[in-house]
Ligand binder design. Structure first.
Ligand SMILES: NC(=O)c1ccc[n+]([C@@H]2O[C@H](COP(=O)([O-])OP(=O)(O)OC[C@H]3O[C@@H](n4cnc5c(N)ncnc54)[C@H](OP(=O)(O)O)[C@@H]3O)[C@@H](O)[C@H]2O)c1
Length: 253
């Protein structure tokens, strides 16, 4: 596993690239959308809370960055038709897609498996893996229309080694790791599309607070701190890396 925390991205790294960020209204996704835009990308802000997406949109506009687009979508209720309609809209608007950051995620509950609510389990699997994979299927033609496209799926340490009580969240991240191995192998021959996983590591966000309420948030890295690996993996410097697992923070030790 590789970490690129020391990577220094050129200002124009993502110039003229069209990049979709899911869960772009808050936490890591919000910071990634702003960071990609600050490096020249036209970002498509996808999420379930329109007011949050609008706030990110306004921030990007206020900085005079490439005009973003908003795509409201809740993975919980989203259907295949929604994903295909989305692909059609993006095709008309942009004609291609140079990157996707699959970042939206749901923690569910940290609880013994014997007490896990099956409906909540389904909900977590829908948001963390089922929705994102069917969205990716619908967007594949647009990714293939790009000369250099990068798809990043967000993983977690509990998606690489199981941990008691992490239930559906952990299982969904293992599924993410597995799916990326399958898809990366399928697209390898194209040479223009790479698919990798990225584990942000403990980061100061609302999700982390919900998972570790007693932890001091000031002891954690911020979403801004972990952006070097996000930029490296989204931009052309990661060409040739496909089906790999990355970490946005060095291992503690
Ligand atoms: N923070 C960490 O320490 C950490 C560690 C390992 C992995 N991760 C992973 O990193 C990613 C980002 O996490 P975060 O810490 O930034 O979490 P966060 O602050 O809770 O943000 C999650 C984002 O996902 C969106 N989202 C949730 N459910 C959705 C749905 N049904 N449809 C569409 N969007 C939805 C949220 O939208 P709303 O704002 O509208 O709720 C929010 O924008 C997740 O995949 C998470 O599993 C985080």
């Amino acid at each position: 596993m590789t970490c690129k925390i020391d990577y220094v991205a050129p200002a124009d790294l993502l110039q003229d690239r069209v990049i979709l960020v899911t869960g772009a209204g808050d936490g890591i996704g919000r910071t990634a959308a702003l960071t990609f835009a600050r490096h020249g990308a036209t970002v498509i802000l996808l999420g379930r809370t329109i007011a949050k997406l609008e706030a990110v949109y306004d921030e990007i506009e206020a900085e005079g960055l490439p005009q973003p687009a908003i795509f409201p979508l809740n993975f919980e209720g989203a259907t295949l038709k929604d994903f295909h309609d989305m692909a059609e809209t993006l095709d008309k608007e942009f004609g291609r897609l140079d990157g996707i950051l699959h970042n939206a995620g749901l923690l569910g509950r940290i609880t013994p498996f014997e007490q896990y609510n099956p409906e909540l389990w389904e909900q977590v699997m829908q948001v963390n893996i089922n929705g994102p994979i069917w969205m990716t299927q619908a967007l594949l033609p647009l990714l293939q229309a790009s000369p250099d496209a990068s798809v990043i799926f967000t993983s977690s340490s509990v998606g690489r080694r199981g941990r008691a009580y992490w239930g559906a969240y952990s299982v969904s991240k293992f599924a993410t790791e597995g799916f990326v191995e399958v898809l990366a192998d399928e697209v390898e021959h194209l040479g223009t599309l790479r698919v990798n996983t990225l584990n942000p590591g403990g980061t100061r966000t609302a999700m982390r607070k919900a998972a570790y309420p007693a932890e001091d948030p000031m002891a954690l890295r911020t979403p801004e701190d972990i952006m070097p690996t996000y930029l490296w993996l989204m931009g052309p410097d990661s060409r040739g890396h496909n089906g790999e697992k990355f970490d946005a923070q060095p291992p503690k030790g």
